[in-house]
Write a new protein. Structure first.
Length: 97
């Protein structure tokens, strides 16, 4: 009985994820729609990260903003993602000394 409940829950959660993946592959979107869809992951990532940047040190939010700005500059230069993250962390670390 438990097995069938788990199998049913797996099917119910996987169907809504699999169906759009197969349908979107077959659709042809206009260029502006593709550009908009490509920007969604970056917008979501920014929305998830920005509150954390402001609360790195709750009484001094400017330190998190400077660390975030350092990360943006390093990313704009074209450095590897790991170096961007390490650079942002190092900026916050040295500002809190």
């Amino acid at each position: 009985m438990i097995f069938w409940i788990i199998a049913g829950m797996a099917v119910v959660t996987m169907l809504p994820r699999l169906i759009p993946a197969f349908i979107v592959d077959k659709l042809q979107f206009r260029d502006w729609v593709n550009r908009w869809l490509n920007a969604i992951p970056y917008a979501a990532l920014g929305a998830l990260i920005f509150p954390g940047v402001l609360t790195v040190i709750p009484d001094r939010p400017h330190i998190g903003l400077i660390g975030g700005l350092v990360a943006v500059v390093l990313a704009a230069i074209g450095l590897n993602v790991i170096l961007v993250v390490v650079g942002g962390i190092a900026a916050v670390f040295f500002l809190t000394l």
